[in-house]
Design a protein around this ligand. Structure first.
Ligand SMILES: [Zn+2]
Length: 405
């Protein structure tokens, strides 16, 4: 017995029997202190040692020295069943090549770095690191849905410009993702939500979503009591989008302009006018302000639309409550029904959901922060070529039940 090494090793119930050193590695021979074990078949305790079985496992370093445990997982013979069985060891799983605490340390490093670097620094292959992530997740990944009241449904492009969207489900109060779905298919989202159980779904009071219409029917069916809120970010995007389209259409139409002088003037005014028109007016540079003045003079329609776009944004900024917001929005729709046909049409169709925002100001704003973190994960994603891996790697960021450094 090696009492000092046993003390240093600090694994409850485990004793260091012997040690050697091979090529800078400290090899500690360990076994459990108890002289008996419980039969997994009948639960009867046995102290009848059948045989010793040794194997090696990596453990935390001691004073900068890599530690390899030579573990004795003893086999006992059960008197009742008359069959041998292996003892359970709390600090290491069956057929694992690393102790649980070593695997936890690696997973924690992965949370703050990327898998490949962590592997390199610890002399492990990508596959070994990945296998530890899976192992620790099975033991410690817990998604707590009990506090869920406000749900956000949003989409994130995994690869830009490829239409490769995943759906992220967010607890808007706790500002954390609670689910990832591999596609926008209703069927997959339904499966995920139903997996949460009736009790969880019934306690949801608000669901925030975009204006695509992809989720509304499904949510009304699965969570009929929840208020659907059109996400402010998606709502306030539609007006600048329509302004941009109007500008592009005017630019195109002007190419056919027969009045040469006018054609030239409009061409000049619309040149590099995108940001002057689309940026919030208070954030314009001096140069952009001059540009905006020029547009107002030469293309009054765009000047008017610009002003209405600014008013539209202020409705969302200034609304004091539901009544105030709803009436301001109605006023705006009245003034903009000719210039912003598409936007007004969309808001009409979603009027209830859009104005629900003024009630609690619930938005999917937190998704942006989550998205930034996911982008980092994606970028450092050696070996994360499939969705399930990406999902697991992402979920451990927020839901792993181990101390976070
Ligand atoms: Zn037994």
């Amino acid at each position: 017995m090696q009492p000092i090494l046993t003390e240093l090793l600090n694994l409850p119930g485990i004793e260091v029997e012997n040690y050697t050193k091979v090529a800078d590695r400290l090899i500690l021979e360990v076994e459990a202190k108890t002289t008996k074990a419980k039969c997994p078949r009948c639960g009867e305790e046995s102290n009848h040692l059948h045989q010793n079985r040794w194997y090696f496992a990596r453990d935390l370093s001691i004073s900068g020295q890599e530690v390899l445990l030579k573990v004795n997982r003893r086999q006992f013979k059960c008197k009742k069943c008359e069959k041998p069985f292996s003892e359970e060891l709390e600090f290491i799983g069956k057929r694992r090549k690393q102790t649980n605490r070593f695997a936890e340390m690696i997973v924690q490093q992965v949370l703050h770095s990327d898998m490949h670097n962590v592997g390199k620094q610890n002399d492990l292959t990508d596959e070994e690191v990945w296998s530890m992530i899976k192992y620790i997740s099975e033991k410690k990944l817990r998604i707590d849905l009990k506090p869920l009241k406000r749900l956000g449904i949003d989409e994130i492009a995994l690869r830009k410009g490829q239409g490769d969207y995943i759906v992220v489900l967010v607890d808007l109060d706790r500002k954390i993702p609670i689910g990832f779905v591999r596609s926008r298919k209703q069927e997959e989202i339904r499966k995920e939500l139903e997996g949460w159980g009736k009790e969880v779904l019934e306690q949801i009071i608000e669901v925030s979503m975009d204006l695509s219409g992809n989720y509304k029917g499904l949510i009304n069916k699965l969570i009929p009591k929840a208020e659907v809120v059109a996400d402010r970010f998606h709502v306030t995007k539609i007006v600048p989008e329509e302004l941009k389209t109007a500008r592009n259409d005017l630019q195109k139409a002007n190419k056919e302009n027969k009045n040469v002088n006018e054609k030239k003037k409009i061409e000049e005014a619309l040149k590099q006018s995108k940001y002057a028109l689309l940026k919030n007016e208070k954030d314009l540079t001096e140069k952009q302000k001059i540009k905006l003045e020029e547009i107002r003079e030469v293309v009054p329609l765009l000047g008017k639309m610009h002003q209405q776009k600014e008013e539209f944004r202020r409705v969302f900024e200034d609304a004091k409550n539901w009544g105030d917001g709803a009436s301001k929005l109605l006023d705006w729709m009245e003034t903009a029904k000719e210039t912003y046909k598409d936007s007004v049409g969309t808001i009409c169709r979603w009027f209830g959901e859009v104005t629900n925002y003024f009630e609690n100001r619930t938005t999917n704003g937190v998704v942006e922060g989550i998205n930034n973190k996911l982008k980092l994960i994606k970028r450092s994603g050696y070996g994360f070529r499939n969705f399930d891996n990406f999902k697991l790697r992402s979920l451990i960021c927020w839901h792993l039940d181990i101390g976070r450094a």
